[in-house]
Design a protein around this ligand. Sequence first.
Ligand code: UD1
Ligand code: CA
Length: 464
Amino acid sequence: MNKCAVVVILAAGEGTRMKSAKAKVMHKVCGYPIIEHVVRTAEEISESLPVVVVGHRAEQIEQYLGQRVRYAYQAQRLGTGHAVMVARPVLEKTDGYVVVVAGDIPLIRSCTLQKMVRFAYEGRYDAVALSAILEDPTGYGRIIRDDAGDLERIVEHKDATDEQRQVKEINVSAYCFNIRALLASLDGLDNHNTQGEYYLTDVIHIMKERGNRVGAFVTWDADEVLGINTRVQLAEVEQKMRQRINRRHMENGVTLIDPNNTYIEPDVVIGCDTIIYPGNVLEGRTVIGEECILYPNSRIVNSLIGNRTQIQASVILDSKIGDETTVGPYAYIRPGSDIGNEVRIGDFVEIKNSSIGDGSKVSHLSYVGDGSIGRDVNIGCGTVFVNYDGLKKHRAVVEDNAFIGCNVNLIAPVTIRKGAYIAAGSTITEEVPEKALAIARARQVNKEGWVERRQLKKKGEGDK
Ligand code: UD1
Ligand code: CA
């Protein structure tokens, strides 16, 4: 047994040390709010919906998490023990073990919590506190053991004696409690301490006095336990989580040239033998295929990239890109774009809500907005899909094998039929038939001898 009946997440605190208008747990770590990481962990260790204790800026948390969790409302923040008291109605209806975890420790792993729960089951404990050994335990509650090495009590840093402060074993703020025993002891809490709060940590000693079996389970990964109370800790945790994600990809066969400068969010999937240069930011539900090369400095958000595709210094948002395609440098692929295989999207090209068929090329300096481009089409340098008439957006269609010369305007709605050519500099307002050449520009006029005649005229003026 390593699942528990329910998880209670404490997230009502003010988070004053963040100096922020936002709820502390809504600050992001690797792209997702702190609370998201903790809720996901909770979902892995219990079948029932987690209970989140909210208070300060509750509406922000409720809006984000919606129906994924249950809520307990702590109107006044009187301490972590009090926060658990407000979850009492849910706990009274539940039997077995509850895991209580602070909402500000996003690196905590579900497997560690599962080990703690198993430790509780197997040792028939009524309370188990997760602990860790820290080189610098400053600020954390200390695990105080008796002569036999059993858990005696937890003492907050601010309340600890000098001798107690020497202890390097700290309270992580994740616990497993037998629900009945916890409920029976909660009322014994008081706030007679330096912070005037009802400490959840005091429940350990109360339970012990009542004859309950209490223990501490040590996790050896000191990184997991880092709590976020300040922006400095936010950055530290971000770095640790990034390292954890990047390590996973490297273990799966992805080359990261510089893992310290590669930013990959937790849900991104990357295929084997893909190489990623520094400065890449991969966000949301992005999936990158196999054997791709991401040269430096791209941002790719919620996009699907095929196999053996190469991307350089570009931004790609909510789009799909096929196999063996090249993008960039300096391309901007905006939402709703579907780019095929063996396509070339070159420098300073913007694509929005458009489809581009296999083998087509948009090599330089073009805007393709609301376009449907077929296969093996060539879009010349400086082409503009003129999609907006000031009121509405319209689509332009360019069929297979068409050739659009440089500096062409396609005034949508308009269709260029299969294999048609458009002369450079044309402004196209009407359909171009299959295999026709369209020229839509003023015919050139050469005025022979014009320069000399002009100079003569100038001289005449000067003589006057
Ligand atoms: C807490 C522990 C400490 C432990 C440390 C680990 C207590 C008394 N202390 O201290 O032993 O070493 O975590 O990071 O529990 N919260 C509420 N309502 C409240 C107060 C807090 O919901 O009234 C929530 C906060 O939003 C936060 C969590 O409980 O997510 C922990 O509170 P915090 O004030 O950060 O406790 P620490 O001082 O870090
Ligand atoms: Ca904390």
